[in-house]
Write a protein that binds this ligand. Structure first.
Ligand SMILES: Nc1nc2c(ncn2[C@@H]2O[C@H](COP(=O)(O)OP(=O)(O)OP(=O)(O)O)[C@@H](O)[C@H]2O)c(=O)[nH]1
Length: 562
């Protein structure tokens, strides 16, 4: 049964009982009034019978006093009684309680009349004939006989009314008891019903509050889930954008910038940094930071427990193992470090800190960071792979200078730009002197070593925008954008001197190296890459012919040449 139904039934019962309580006194009052009326009537009748007897006795007394004394004043109560008796008898006869009283009253009236007649006779005899005849009449006992019978009859009626009065009193007492009983019972029932009603209402209220609380909880959970789902969608979208951007990154530096940018959006409540191993793999460098991170710039692999364990490491409280780099950052908040692993190879790690990754509530956030770390590791490893492939495709493995293909592309590109901008572009062609002799004397490996040493000189000497390339064999080229012929000549001589200054030894034997250099420039030595290269090559040839270890600058074309 539903609570509302129970409450309605209980309320109806209470109203019923209350109504009964309200009606019962009415009936009880009517009954009591009836009893009281009866009592009053009964008492009045009793008094009337007593009065009747009193009048008869008064008449008897007056009559006797007169007989004895002969004095008229003794007859006063006698006459009063004789006057009062008829109306009293009429009253008594007017309302008999029933047939027995009616019959008794007939006898009483008859006897009273007989007694009055007898007394009148005695009084008359005394008045007319004197004391003795009157005394003889009294002694005959007729008057006494009447009185005795009247006493019995009147006493009987008085006793009957006394009995009736006692019965009425008992009824009155019984009615009162009944009223008290009903009232007590009704009160108890009412109290019980009220208690039941209160308990039911209380239970109902508690249940309703519980239901309401449960509904509130469900609603809050739904809201939280909806918010989480919305946030996840945004994060997944941003995560997708980040991976797309990482796909386009050409270098690890670019990749790191992308990670820093997107992690700030993907983990808005967390701060953190991304570290990657240096090529030497002895040190990790901070490549990206987001939020309010204060992580150190470089650290060693042993500074991070995640790197030591090869798995994620969570520092929630003071009892947890604390990474050394985390002690330096000292955020005082939960921190998680995750190695960036791709194909079983750890390329670095990510460290994040913030209240949101702590304890149970942070499980979802930690899972999300873990997922991001896995994706970032894979994407960065692709960036590394692409960068490495790209490096391999443009870098000469022996000298680590750009290769011929890169040089061709660079010269073509820079020449087009120089043509557009009206700026010069210089080329320095370098050929080692008597290199065959080095190979022949010290071996091919020594020749390689010399090539690497000279390449190193070039790498150290060129400016940011310049490109040092291996043209082929022992021939090297430096491409100098926006460099006029005269400056290139100066740079070439610096290079020559630096190469000459190399002190190399092979198996303890000193090895002197020199180079011949030819310098040409766009547009003074030709309108195209081929023309400028040819001019530089011709200048180099001239340097060789001129005795080597020298710089020859191509002669600028005269107007009309070429
Ligand atoms: N070790 C080594 N030798 C190379 C490499 N590429 C080219 N050579 C050698 O460089 C030498 C070039 O010799 P040549 O062209 O005769 O010129 P050169 O001996 O330097 O004489 P000049 O140029 O006239 O001063 C050859 O013996 C090539 O084998 C290389 O990658 N390593």
């Amino acid at each position: 049964m539903r609570l509302e139904t129970k409450l309605k039934i209980a309320s109806a019962c209470i109203i019923g009982v209350m109504s009964a309580i309200a009606v019962v006194p009415h009936f009880l009052n009517a009954s009591v009034t009836d009893v009281m009326t009866n009592l009053r009537t009964t008492s009045a009748r009793e008094r009337q019978y007593a009065q009747l007897l009193d009048y008869l006795l008064d008449a008897e007394t007056g009559q006797r006093g007169y007989v004895i004394t002969g004095k008229n004043e003794f007859l006063q109560p006698y006459h009063s009684a004789l006057r009062a008796l008829p109306p009293l008898l009429d009253e008594l006869r007017a309302a008999p309680a029933g047939p027995p009283e009616r019959r008794a009253l007939q006898d009483i009236v008859t006897l009273t009349n007989a007694k009055i007649a007898y007394s009148t006779e005695v009084v008359e005899v005394r008045a007319q004939r004197g004391f003795e005849p009157a005394k003889a009449l009294i002694d005959a006992g007729r008057g006494k006989s009447y009185m005795d019978q009247l006493r019995v009859l009147i006493g009987g009626q008085e006793a009957a009314y006394a009995q009736q009065r006692a019965a009425l009193r008992e009824r009155l007492a019984a009615n009162s008891e009944l009223a008290a009983l009903i009232s007590s019972a009704a009160t108890i029932i009412d109290v019980l019903l009220l208690v039941a009603l209160a308990v039911a209402a209380n239970r109902g209220l508690a249940k309703r509050m519980k239901d309401q609380q449960a509904a509130n909880d469900v609603s809050a959970q739904l809201r939280a889930t909806a918010a989480l789902s919305e946030r996840r969608n945004t994060q997944l979208q941003a995560g997708g954008e980040m991976l797309q951007a990482l796909e386009l990154a050409e270098t690890l530096d670019e990749g790191a910038q992308i990670v820093a940018l997107f992690f700030g959006r993907l983990l808005p409540t967390l701060s953190g940094s991304m570290y990657l191993y240096r090529n030497s793999r002895d040190i990790l460098e901070r490549q990206a930071s987001w939020g309010a991170a204060h992580d150190p710039e470089v650290l060693e692999p042993l500074d991070c427990w995640a790197l030591r364990k090869g798995g994620q490491h969570l520092q929630e409280d003071a009892g947890a193992l604390t990474c050394r780099h985390s002690q330096q950052a000292a955020t005082g908040q939960p921190r998680m470090c995750l190695p960036l692993v791709t194909q079983g190879n750890v390329i670095g790690f990510i460290t994040v800190s913030g209240a949101d990754i702590g304890a149970h509530a942070g499980a979802v956030e930690r899972a999300w960071v873990l997922q991001l770390a896995e994706q970032v590791a894979l994407a960065l490893s692709n960036v590394q792979l692409r960068a490495s492939l790209r490096h391999q495709s443009v870098i000469d493995p022996l000298t680590q200078l750009y290769n011929r293909r890169y040089m061709d592309e660079t010269v073509k590109r820079e020449l087009a730009r120089a043509g557009r901008k009206g700026t010069p572009l210089a080329l320095i062609l370098i050929d080692l002197d008597h290199f065959k002799r080095v190979n022949d004397t010290f071996g091919h490996e020594a020749g390689d070593m010399v090539l690497r040493a000279v390449a190193h000189v070039l790498q150290q000497s060129v400016r940011g925008g310049d490109a040092a390339c291996r043209f082929g064999g022992e021939e090297l080229v430096v491409v100098l954008p926006e460099c006029p012929l005269e400056h290139a000549a100066e740079r070439a001589d610096q290079l020559r001197r630096a190469i000459r200054a190399l002190s190399l030894t092979v198996a303890g034997d000193a090895l002197s190296v020199s180079a011949s250099l030819g310098v040409a420039a766009f547009p003074v030595n030709g309108p195209s890459a081929e023309a400028v290269l040819q001019a530089a090559d011709a200048a180099l040839y001239a340097a060789k012919r001129g005795g080597r270890d020298r710089v020859v600058v191509a002669t600028p074309l005269e107007p009309g040449d070429g």
